[in-house]
Each structure stands twice: as structure tokens, then as C-alpha cells.
Write a protein that binds this ligand. Structure first.
Ligand code: PBG
Length: 328
């Protein structure tokens, strides 16, 4: 059938009809809110490169968590901004059950039991060199790092995490973490693998938020993926699934929709996207300059993640998006 019998504009003529033929929607249940935590009580700090996002103390994070739960957001991803004096070359602070992250997990789990808690497994918030693993003679050691990551994951489980999210890109860490958690009786702690994580410049504002940008020695290209590679992402996914990942993530998000699509069609597993700090900042700064409307652009972005095949999206705009979705 061709024009004039076929007119694709017909179904677009009214709101009800457009709704009827809509193929994808973004729902509040697809959103994950990242929160950046600092020490103290009733403390909040703005982040120059992430307008609208603040570092907050645990008590305020609890309020945000309650608000998110009330809106119907299923889960939070907690990131600790660690004080410089607690950082070390081996990131030992990461292994303490009652470190900043651990206390945040325990408190929010107690006060807002209905919301899922996700935490990164990686050493970068805790190391003086800003790398995700052990740095020895200018090299990131893989297997030695994996051993430490297993202990970090265990500490997070003890603190009350629901989903550990290895974001370090070491080889073999998903299987090792699964084994460690199972041996300790944490069989139901889920693993969300940052499986296809690229060595991206879009993490810049996040590194400001955690004050790791200035610390980072060199770059992360010996463990994070080459931006131009696609087949390799599928191999990363395949391995992480074989090792026991419950869900996989693609990161960054928007410039990598092809990767999300290939993973979702190829594996049919829960596939998450991280709408990372630099992508969020682009929307905010463009809106500040009057180039676009922040919330409208955010909602369009999130819908495009769904169209590409993402089941859920981590976004710093989760609260505003949820409110917009709720308002209809
Ligand atoms: C650290 C980590 C990073 C992000 C999440 N976990 C930064 C990095 O790998 O350097 C980035 C998140 C964002 O940019 O929003 N393992």
C-alpha cells in the first residue's frame, strides 16, 4: 500500500489516536536516581558542573529517598564523596562496613525500606590516584583488584545493599563477586554489571562531584572500553552474564543507543542505561542558555532510551522526570 491509500499522518491527527499507536513510554518504574553523599548533618553542597544536583549528607539523602519512594521511583544508586584524608593508594576505606556509603545504606534501608539500593563496586572514590583499581608502577592490576572488589561488595552487602554494581571493568569480577556473596549467604543480593562501560569524557562532572577529577592520574583506557567498539561490548555482556550478572548496563547512554539496542535484541536480558553526568549537564547548560527546555528534553531523552531497548535508566533528572510523568 502506498500513498494516497496509505497516509501515515492519519493516526497522528488527535491526541487519543497518537496515544493508541504509541510504541514506547517512559514510566516512573523505569527510573533510578543517583545520589551523591557527604559526611555531616543537614549539609548540602552544589556542584558547579551539575546544576540542580547537590552532594547531600545522609539525613538529607534519606529525605530524598523518601520523596523518590513516594513518587514511585524503584531504586537509588548511592555514591560517596570521600574526604581526602580517608583516601589511600589501595582504597582501604572501601572495605569498611561503616564507611560513609555503608552508613548511608544502613540508614536509608531502615528508614525507607521500600526503595531498592544500588551501590558501585569500584575503588575510585577511595583512592588517592582516582583509579578504580590498584595502581602499581603505572599499571592497574586486575586479579589483585578483583580480590579487593569482592571484599568491598561483601561490606556493602553487610551494610544492606540490594544491588551491587561493579563499575570497575576488571576482567572476571562479576563471577568472583557472585561467589563471594553466595559463600557469605548473600544469595539474593543482585549484581548490576556496568558491563559495557566506555572510557568516556562524559563522566567529567561526576568526577567533580566526587572530587576525583583532579586526582586522576592518566586515563582509564586500559580497563574502560574504546569508544569506537561495538562487538566488544557484546563480548563483555556475554561474559558478565555467564559469570552471574542479573542485569547489565551501558554507560554512557545517549551516544551509545546502538549498543543498548544490540544488547537488548541479542541477549534479551534486563538492560539498563546510565544517562551520565556529562549528558545531564549538557541538558542543564543548554537550558540555562535558552537553547531548549530542560524537562521536555529530559523526557524525550528518557523515551529514546526506552525505544532503543533500555529497561531502566539511571538519571540525575529522575525526580523531575517522575513528577512530569505523574502529572501526565
Ligand atoms: C566510577 C564511576 C564513574 C561513574 C559512575 N561510577 C566515573 C568513572 O568511571 O570515571 C560516572 C557516572 C556519571 O558520569 O554520571 N567507577
Amino acid at each position: 500500500m502506498v500513498y494516497p491509500a496509505t497516509r501515515l499522518r492519519r493516526t497522528r491527527q488527535s491526541e487519543w489516536s497518537r496515544r493508541l499507536v504509541a510504541e514506547n513510554r517512559i514510566a516512573i518504574s523505569d527510573l533510578i536516581l543517583p545520589i551523591i553523599i557527604i559526611e555531616g548533618e543537614n549539609r548540602r553542597e552544589s556542584i558547579a558542573t551539575m546544576p540542580g544536583v547537590e552532594r547531600v549528607s545522609i539525613d538529607l539523602a534519606g529525605e530524598i529517598a523518601a520523596n523518590a519512594a513516594e513518587l514511585g521511583i524503584p531504586a537509588l544508586a548511592l555514591f560517596p564523596a570521600i574526604a581526602p584524608e580517608l583516601k589511600s593508594t589501595d582504597g582501604a576505606e572501601a572495605l569498611k562496613v561503616d564507611n560513609l556509603l555503608g552508613r548511608a545504606l544502613t540508614r536509608i534501608k531502615r528508614d525507607v525500606p521500600g526503595i531498592g539500593l544500588i551501590a558501585d563496586v569500584a575503588l575510585d572514590p577511595y583512592t588517592t590516584h582516582g583509579h578504580d583499581g590498584l595502581l602499581v608502577d603505572g599499571r592497574i592490576l586486575n586479579d589483585e583488584t578483583v580480590e579487593i572488589l569482592c571484599r568491598q561488595a561483601l561490606a556493602e552487602a553487610e551494610a544492606g545493599v540490594d544491588i551491587v554494581a561493579p563499575s570497575d571493568m576488571m576482567d572476571g569480577r562479576v563471577g568472583a563477586i557472585r561467589q563471594t556473596l553466595d559463600d557469605a549467604g548473600y544469595r539474593d543480593v543482585q549484581i548490576l554489571s556496568y558491563a559495557a562501560k566506555y572510557a568516556s569524557t562524559f563522566y567529567g562532572p561526576f568526577r567533580d562531584a566526587l572530587s576525583t577529577r583532579g586526582l586522576l592520574k592518566g586515563d582509564k583506557r586500559t580497563y574502560q572500553m574504546d569508544v569506537g567498539n561495538g562487538d566488544e561490548a557484546l563480548r563483555e555482556i556475554e561474559l558478565d552474564l555467564a559469570e552471574g550478572a542479573d542485569m547489565v548496563m551501558v554507560k554512557p547512554g545517549l551516544p551509545y543507543l546502538d549498543i543498548i539496542h544490540r544488547i537488548k535484541t541479542g541477549f534479551g536480558v534486563p538492560t539498563f542505561a546510565y544517562h551520565v553526568s556529562g549528558e545531564y549537564a549538557m541538558l542543564r547548560f543548554a537550558a540555562q542558555a535558552g537553547a531548549l527546555d530542560y524537562e521536555t528534553a529530559l523526557l524525550e531523552t528518557l523515551l529514546c532510551f526506552r525505544r532503543a531497548g533500555a529497561d531502566a535508566v539511571l538519571t540525575y533528572g529522575a525526580i523531575e522526570a517522575a513528577k512530569r510523568i505523574k502529572a501526565g
